[in-house]
Design a protein around this ligand. Sequence first.
Ligand SMILES: [Zn+2]
Ligand SMILES: [Zn+2]
Ligand SMILES: [Zn+2]
Ligand SMILES: [Zn+2]
Length: 308
Amino acid sequence: MAPGGRTCKEILESYSSFGDYDIAANAEIKIASLSIKPTIMSGGKVGMSSTNGVYELLECPVCTSSMYPPIHQCPNGHTLCSNCKVRVQNRCPTCRFELGNIRCLALEKVAESLELQCKYQSLGCHDIFPYYSKLKHEQHCQFRPYNCPYAGSECSVTGDIQELVGHLKDDHKVDMHDGSTFNHRYVKSNPQEVENATWMLTVFKCYGRQFCLHFEAFQMGTAPVYMAFLRFMGDEDEAKKFSYSLEVGANGRKLTWQGVPRSIRDSHRKIRDSQDGLIIQRNLALFFSGTDGKELKLRVTGRIWKEE
Ligand SMILES: [Zn+2]
Ligand SMILES: [Zn+2]
Ligand SMILES: [Zn+2]
Ligand SMILES: [Zn+2]
């Protein structure tokens, strides 16, 4: 038997959170982001708040994400999503009763009749989706936020391009340059260390857009290499409209690369693993450095242009 006091309190809390929704500020945001089929719209304020109640009911009380079939419930009627169900060891997280295997078909049906705005509405998406296909759309919505393009550390910051540019500058202290040509020097003492991948990021602004130039060291199979590549801060469709070239060399030798910038939607690692950039073997890089292997000193020049 669960401790009585605790059970009581949890039930009370779950009721009071439903009672408060019509005055809570976040509930208003949810009303604004919700639309409903005319057939079940009861009109006016009543319709809106009852719809909002349905929306809240479709939120898993344990993990707060939207629930999709099979939606489960305990013998007392508390619902939870299928992900949470496998994690709670057959005990209802709300009342601690044994869960069993009861589906909440009524709620699944109600969800089917709903149409919802994409959750990135505030970022510019105005599409409306049936409840069950909304999630799929949102995974590919062109308005979804971008991940921070900085690599080499775990950074969980997301945002639109302007926010990320500010974040790269302020939080990662990334160098920002204007213009479509560049001439960059990479210097590193102790170039034998490849395991702790050294890498750098510079942001270039041209054609009114931003590009990330990555430079890093890693082990390709057994060979230590350096790699430089460009990423476009935007979607792939637009990235394809640009091209870039990179050059590195010294003493009359030169390596060149011409490519198409990759969208920052593609992870840094994915691009690196596909070798879609200028790759310089370490021996050659050290030869270009002209420092008898003591120091890496590479001059990388490049250009970005727009394909008409
Ligand atoms: Zn859940
Ligand atoms: Zn329960
Ligand atoms: Zn969308
Ligand atoms: Zn970041």
